[in-house]
Design a protein around this ligand. Structure first.
Ligand code: PLP
Length: 392
């Protein structure tokens, strides 16, 4: 019997070390990493600046608790605020905790500043917000909710992209709208810019808060620091994680000061969130991502990937039927009877790591430091596997 709870369908592969966009097994096999631990290792593996930041902090101080000031938190918060529309930050260890922080803040805001009767949150079909009871309810995915009844109360769901449905669903108890600007797990679907702008308008019109789940799409993944920036809108609350720690557990909930004012001492808390080690790495990630020209570079390399994906659609119309997503958060919808998870397995056999997503989509999430040559190498492996899959 395995001593681990069997919650994952793991592949029989273990890595020993990583370098840039590559992972290596103990027996020396090399894999090109187009999964990045599911959009986590944003700067690739063993980035020297991140390694330096973590090891330097490790020799000084690991943990003090949030009973004291944590200078690394103050610095990282100031930088996140300067780089976004938000004014204040709460640090967590994970994406789901950042979501939970935001969902609680939605209720607290309406309770403190206006209408305690407002507590319901409108979410979208195909969403993924994490695995706690409340975030499962927020996403409303039957597959993940099954067996965990009763469902946490207070969440409604609309079709992704349908503003009329959103308007029709708003009632006197509606408090907020929660959306991933680019759905990740659900199939790499990017919301239309007009839809995002429409949601902002509807929120303003009805006194609702707009919360963006940028756990996967944030920190440069789509070519902007946050994906909602493509729509030129300012959400009231942003949850982010994954890329911000470059592989170290770290998440953050950002909010406008108007909304964050509902969180006073004792209103929310965490033991590990904002730990000095995580702050050292988070600040090091921002040193790189916010450096002059870095996001422009991401957009350039993303345009190269986009062209090469178009080529794949033309060459293998039977295997790939549609490209999805934006920036370096991309997907190919599989067709012709090909199942995305089979494709992931075949690609792994060829030396390319990818991830599946909903709607039979193959997810491509290279590190933001990926080069055009590495993209070409990934495309060669995709082409070889797509040709085989067609023949099979
Ligand atoms: C991964 C993810 C989460 C959950 O993050 P965890 O760190 O696994 O808790 C929430 N929302 C989105 C959009 C995600 O991609």
């Amino acid at each position: 019997m395995n001593a681990l709870m069997q919650t994952y369908a793991r592949s029989d592969l273990a890595f020993e070390r990583g370098e840039g966009a590559y992972l290596f097994t103990a027996d020396g096999r090399r894999f090109l990493d187009f999964a990045s631990g599911i959009a986590v290792t944003a700067l690739g593996h063993s980035h020297p600046h991140l390694v330096q930041a973590l090891t330097t902090q490790a020799q000084k101080l690991w943990h003090t608790s949030n009973l004291y000031r944590v200078p690394g938190q103050e610095r990282l918060a100031e930088r996140l605020v300067a780089a976004s529309c938000a004014d204040q930050v709460f640090f967590t260890n994970s994406g789901v905790e950042a979501l939970e922080c935001g969902l609680k803040l939605i209720r607290k805001f309406h309770d403190d500043f206006g209408d305690p009767g407002r507590y319901r949150v409108i979410g979208f079909e195909g969403a993924f917000h994490g695995r706690t009871l409340s975030t499962l309810a927020a996403a409303g995915n039957e597959k993940y909710l099954k067996g965990y009844a009763p469902v946490v109360e207070g969440f409604d769901h609309c079709a992704f992209g349908n503003l009329n449905e959103v308007r029709a669903m708003i009632g006197p108890e509606t408090a907020a709208i929660l959306i991933e600007p680019v759905q990740g797990e659900g199939g790499m679907r990017a919301a239309d810019i007009a839809f995002m702008q429409g949601l902002r308008q509807v929120c303003d019109e009805f006194g609702l808060l707009l919360m963006c789940d940028e756990v996967q799409s944030g920190i440069g993944r789509t070519g902007k620091f946050f994906a909602h920036e493509w729509a030129g809108i300012a959400p009231d609350i942003i949850a982010t994680a994954k890329g911000i720690g470059g592989g170290f557990p770290l998440g953050a909930c950002l909010a406008s000061s108007r909304v964050a004012a509902a969180y006073g001492p004792g209103a929310h808390g965490t033991t590990f969130g904002g730990n000095p080690l995580a702050m050292a790495v988070g600040n090091a990630v921002l040193d790189v991502v916010l450096a002059e020209g870095f996001l422009a570079g991401v957009n350039q390399v993303a345009a190269h990937l986009d062209r090469r994906l178009d080529e794949m659609l033309q060459r293998f119309p039977g295997a790939f039927v549609e490209k999805r997503g934006m920036g370096l958060m991309r997907g190919l919808k599989c067709g012709g009877g090909i199942v995305n998870t089979d494709m992931v397995e075949r690609l792994r056999g060829a030396g390319l790591l990818t991830v599946g997503a909903g709607d039979n989509v193959l997810r491509l999430l290279p590190p933001l430091i990926i080069t055009p040559a590495e993209i070409d190498s990934a495309i060669d492996m995709l082409a070889a596997v797509a040709a085989q899959a067609k023949a099979a």
